[in-house]
Design a protein around this ligand. Sequence first.
Ligand code: UDP
Ligand code: MG
Length: 313
Amino acid sequence: MVDPTISIVAPLFNEQQTLPELYRRVSEVMNSTGETWELLLVDDGSTDGSTEYIKQLAHQDRHVKPVIFARNFGHQLAVTAGLDFSRGQAVVIIDADLQDPPEVIIDMIKKWREGYEVVYAVRSKREGESWFKLMTASIFYRMIYRITDVKIPLDTGDFRLLDRKVVNVLNSMRERHRFLRGMSVWVGFRQTGIEYTRSARYAGETKYPFKKMFKFASDAITSFSYLPLQLATYIGFISASLAILAIPVVIILRQSGSQAFFGQATTLIAVLFLGGVQLISLGILGEYIGRLFDEAKGRPLYIVRESPKDFPD
Ligand code: UDP
Ligand code: MG
């Protein structure tokens, strides 16, 4: 098959229940556009039969290209693999759980044809998600916006269209702890957003438990900001200044016979506070050093058991 114009990349982890509907809706939308297309289904170590389903689908329909991981590597790496294997002139990243409506792709392609190289989708509304998810997500996007230099548009996910030029640049950035929505802003190019309503999951439940969300957030922050490292310096300056100011205050109070600042409790509080701050700073250093260590090892970002080459073209 000659290279398609549009590649759709859908990372998935145990999404057996939604896959038939995803395939149906993506095919319907893509066939209506009249573009040539491929659907890269990146199986991130599923154990629920998704793998078998994808393989079967690939034998029935040549639009479907499986990328099957040797184990679970995580959402961002699954998307990375999809970008690596994609051949289209434009690549659309979409969640496999149908929270990102495939119909929006039609508008994305329109914008792309107008000359935009990144078309990201902004969630103007989110349906069917817990208040906890909404709150943490909202805080996260606003914090990232404030503390990093890349101005990632608020409330955008990975649902976006990327021109081949952008995909090639992203594919050359082999950093291990990936925050793709940051990276795709960092590269520049002509970018625009379109609004959409984020639906509820079609079936199943979120594959992003709190632990993964936390890792995702710390990857995002450490990849794009030094602020946590600088925090130790700031707190150090503040507490040193406070200490200097405190010296004359304590002397004067003691001279005037006051009972303030006597006893163990005050000392203990000061020692515990500073000890805590020092441990937190060490931990933050550790986060960065651990990531450096990972980069230094230079292992592959993901391991593929079966790639599109193993399926009919
Ligand atoms: N996903 C994945 N690997 C993982 C976790 C999630 O490929 O380790 C996929 C998942 O199947 C879905 C997408 O990434 O297609 C987004 O995950 P999810 O819908 O669970 O996250 P949420 O929308 O709840 O933030
Ligand atoms: Mg989801």
